[in-house]
Design a protein around this ligand. Structure first.
Ligand SMILES: *Cc1c(COP(=O)(O)O)cnc(C)c1O
Length: 216
């Protein structure tokens, strides 16, 4: 799909769900994509991008930020505590806050740097061993802990298990967010962003549908 096609699918999903036009932010996930493809999407006017790894983001975005104004860079992949400073200097939002140790590191550096990216707390809605995020039963206390650290918690993020009905996971994430008075919902990828929008997603993370298959 082209960027314009994705955008019109998002607009239609917003309307179908009775949501305001523009309620959903499209994060174009540029991880592992060749720079020419990313640049083409920048030329088409897209400014919000998602990267999975701090190292990779640090390799390409300072240059793009020098050439295009208004770039909004979101880290959507796992964050090690030794990369927190670099992530905070580079990114406008972090969607993978998944443990107390990381929250504390973010809070300490937010004090030192005087700013903090918008934060989304990752919830492992499928309770999968190999996946990051707090379990649903721990989410309320983790949210409270992050808020007590004065972190700018915008919302929650999830990645549903492969092969399961994503809709139930999106509904669970939306419920936890609502119970905690959080507005932001980072959910939905290439295969299910319309379902996520129907369930209240405010941020959809779309990679291959825009850029083509990674490494392909
Ligand atoms: C890669 C990735 C995406 C985008 O996936 P697509 O299926 O290519 O749209 C979204 N979210 C996260 C966390 C990812 O790692």
């Amino acid at each position: 799909m082209s960027l314009d096609e994705i955008k019109s699918h998002i607009a239609k999903a917003e309307t179908d769900a009775g949501r305001e036009p523009g309620a959903v932010t499209l994060i174009a996930v540029s991880k592992v994509q060749p720079n020419e493809r990313v640049e083409a999407v920048l030329e088409q006017g897209q400014r919000c991008f998602g990267e999975n790894r701090v190292q990779e983001a640090a390799g390409k975005w300072p240059d793009f930020k020098g050439r295009f104004t208004g770039i909004d860079l979101h880290l959507i992949g796992p964050l090690q505590t030794n990369k927190v400073r670099q992530a905070m200097e580079l990114c406008d939002a972090i969607h993978s806050v998944d443990r107390p140790k990381l929250a504390k590191a973010l809070a300490r550096l937010a004090q030192e740097l005087g700013h903090c990216p918008d934060l989304f707390l990752q919830v492992n809605t499928g309770e999968e061993d190999q996946k990051a995020g707090v379990f649903p039963a721990e989410a309320d206390s983790f949210i409270a802990e992050c808020q007590a650290l004065d972190l700018p918690v915008k919302g929650l993020m999830c990645i549903p298990p492969v092969g399961e009905d994503a809709s139930q996971h999106f509904a669970l994430l939306a419920k936890i967010a609502a119970n905690n008075g959080l507005d932001g919902l980072s959910m939905g990828m290439s295969s299910d962003f319309e379902v996520a929008i129907a369930q209240g997603a405010t941020h959809v993370r779309v990679g291959s549908a825009i850029f083509g298959t990674r490494g392909g």
